[in-house]
Design a protein. Structure first.
Ligand code: FES
Length: 202
């Protein structure tokens, strides 16, 4: 033992250091095992790869196969052939991808499709058809489009705004629609269409 102690002293590393070190190593190993288990659990909870989901779109249950990164806009346009909402920007600043989700105007390009499961999605297509909503009719009446690229987003935005503010003043309408841009500058006619609806019933 004396030899061992002197040997430990000579090397500058004694048994106590070793035991202390092994205890720390055991703690680190246990911690790593726990972290690995947590990571494994997290990995299994993450949806990866194409997944089949159901979306309630324009009053119908529609099935789409999406990846976790698929936006609502991509699912609408490329799987359901609902191309009214437009991919104009990546940050929602244009308002061209406006749709109603649970009645609220949101940008479909900023929403993940999987996040819309269990919600109601309404696109501009629901305002057209054989008996169009009064909003697109007012746009026609007031010649409120040029190239038309912004029009679907504006139509949905006007519908959402008037649903919430049916008696809106001119100033309120201007402020309420400021989330949508028109590169052709047709704002005056778009605002006039919305004002006419607020004044004449919508
Ligand atoms: S009509 Fe062309 S962007 Fe608005």
């Amino acid at each position: 033992m004396a030899t061992s102690r002197s040997s430990d002293s000579r090397s500058g590393f004694n048994r106590r250091d070793f035991l202390r070190g092994s205890g720390a190593a055991a703690v680190v190993t246990a911690l790593q095992t726990e972290l690995d288990a947590q990571q494994q659990a997290a990995d299994s909870a993450i949806v990866s790869g194409p997944t089949k989901i159901q979306l309630n779109v324009n009053g119908q249950t529609r099935e789409v196969v999406v990846e976790p990164r698929t936006t609502l806009l991509e699912a609408l346009r490329y799987q359901l052939d609902l191309t009214g909402a437009k991919p104009v920007c990546n940050d929602g600043s244009s308002g061209a991808a406006t749709v109603l989700v649970d009645g609220k105007p949101l940008q479909a390009n900023l929403l993940l499709a999987v996040a819309c499961v269990g919600k109601t999605v309404r696109t501009v297509e629901s305002l057209g058809g054989d008996t169009p909503d009064v909003v697109p009719l007012a746009f026609v009446e007031h010649d409120a489009e040029q190239c038309g690229f912004c029009t679907p987003g504006f139509v949905v935005a006007v519908r959402a705004f008037l649903d919430k503010n049916p008696q809106a003043t001119d100033a309120e309408i201007r402020a309420g629609l400021n989330g949508n841009l028109c590169r052709c500058g047709t704002y005056a006619n778009i605002i006039q269409a919305a004002i006419a609806l607020a004044k004449g019933g919508n």
